[in-house]
Design a protein around this ligand. Structure first.
Ligand code: HEM
Length: 188
């Protein structure tokens, strides 16, 4: 997985828990405590090691993995991506706008990066405000995907209802009648 994810995780932990907590995470991961991913944004980092890093950090921080995903989603959408990938945000005013561009953006951003293997998203609009969204990735990170959608809502002060139908499929409902972000997990 591209090191941009790891560098964003580093920023997420430093912002939410402080420098010392990041140093402890690095030690728990078997890396030097002053380790940083700043120079590794475009590098390929081993897939297993990448997913393990989230797990190791959540244990070191003593928070559930889903909480770390939520913190990552908010940091990615509100701080990291608007700074590093500012062009993506031009003209985007809502979660619905952003989601609609998501597949294009992953394809576009990673097309020229050798060995990248971005997630892909398949859209099936059931009506103007109801989207059946299929997440395609061998990494199986649908819960991280959900946290990133919540992050978009935080960033745009928006709301939507997210129904997790399966490890690869969500239903997203937008509209004025949905006044807070809701997650309905039909898999648990
Ligand atoms: C400016 C916006 C964005 C850019 C440039 C971007 C780019 C990337 C890149 C480079 C990766 C790593 C891919 C790889 O290692 O091959 C990634 C992973 C991922 N992105 Fe995005 N992303 C953006 C926004 C989002 C948003 C808003 C969501 C969800 C709402 C999202 C969902 C994901 C997920 C779930 C992964 C984890 C990898 C996987 O599941 O296979 N991304 N993204």
């Amino acid at each position: 997985m591209k090191g941009t994810i790891h560098y964003c995780l580093e920023g997420t932990i430093i912002k939410n828990h402080g420098e010392k907590a990041w140093q402890n995470c690095m030690k728990a991961a078997g890396l030097p405590s002053d380790y940083t991913y700043i120079t590794k944004i475009r590098d390929d980092i081993d897939e297993k090691e990448s997913i393990n890093l989230f797990v190791t950090c959540s244990k070191s921080l003593n928070i559930p993995l889903t909480e770390l995903f939520d913190q990552f989603g908010a940091y990615w959408c509100c701080h990291y991506a608007p700074e590093i990938y500012a062009a993506f945000f031009v003209g985007i005013k809502s979660t619905k706008n952003a989601i609609t561009k998501l597949d294009w953006v992953h394809d576009r951003v990673t097309r020229h990066i050798p060995n990248s293997n971005p997630p892909r998203f398949i859209y099936n609009w059931l009506n103007d405000d109801k989207l059946q969204l299929t997440y395609q990735s061998e990494r199986g990170l649908i819960d991280l995907f959900i946290s990133l959608i919540k992050g978009l809502n935080t960033c745009f002060k928006d709301t939507c209802r997210i129904t997790k139908n399966s490890p690869t499929q969500l239903i997203l409902e937008f509209g004025d009648d949905i006044t807070q972000t809701e997650l309905i997990d039909l898999t648990s």
